[in-house]
Design a protein around this ligand. Structure first.
Ligand SMILES: [Zn+2]
Length: 233
């Protein structure tokens, strides 16, 4: 019935006095508040950190991409208006905004122009980065080095099901080369070899796996002695 924007303290005031649907937002605000207190962040940037961490937990990965936006939902910054050139005043107003740069962290398949899914003003991003990095430390998700400050110990992969034996798991594990000369896919469940994804594995749509990057190292890695001694036909 009402559609409005509330500030973080206003949302917190609804705690326990609202519907389950609203309580989800209240819980989001409570998490943001505690992140803000832990790291000395203002409400908007703290909410960004909260949303980015939740995204990492749910989606299994984050991205780090700069893009031009007209508005930052977490800082309230909006693009400056510029004077329409002579004779062009009848064009949509949005054409006369000067977008600014935001850092986007969520991967979305539907992209809205000049709008970040979960992203914050690029000028503010360096100030939230230490807090974001600390909060992501124990999250099992693939995080870009630009955020984590080190290579991620986790790898995001689509979930697939093997046609041969019904094994379900990370698509990336089917590509780990276990034998010299074999460049196809091997089923981690039963060891059967498949020429391609199409013949061997079916994508489990909408699901993913997060696996340690160490599990992607082939047993043959570094064994050039072994590989060189074999002739592959
Ligand atoms: Zn199998």
């Amino acid at each position: 019935m009402f559609l409005m924007s509330l500030t973080l303290p206003e949302v917190l005031a609804l705690d326990g006095k609202c519907s389950d649907k609203i309580q989800i937002e209240v819980d989001r605000a409570k998490q943001a508040r505690s992140i803000g207190e832990r790291h000395g962040l203002a409400d908007g940037p703290a909410l960004f950190v909260r949303d980015a961490v939740a995204e990492a937990q749910e989606a299994g990965r984050l991205i780090h991409r700069r893009l031009a936006v007209n508005r930052c939902a977490y800082t309230g910054r909006t693009a400056e208006w510029i004077q329409p050139p002579q004779g062009r005043a009848r064009y949509p107003k949005e054409q006369f905004q000067r977008p600014f740069t935001a850092v986007e962290v969520a991967q979305r398949f539907v992209v809205v122009a000049k709008h970040a899914s979960i992203g914050i003003d690029a000028d503010v991003f360096p100030h939230v980065l230490p807090a974001l990095r600390a909060e992501l430390k124990d999250v099992r998700a693939e995080i870009p080095e630009a955020i984590l400050g080190a290579p991620s110990p986790w790898h995001y992969s689509a979930r697939v099901k093997a046609r041969c034996c019904g094994w379900t798991g990370a698509e990336a594990l089917t590509r780990v080369r276990r034998e010299p000369c074999w460049f196809g896919l091997t089923c981690p469940g039963c060891g059967e070899k498949h020429r391609s994804d199409r013949t061997g594995f079916v994508l489990v749509s909408g699901e993913h796996e997060v696996i340690p990057t160490s599990s992607l190292v082939s047993p043959l890695e570094g064994r050039s002695d072994l590989l060189d001694s074999l002739e592959c036909s």
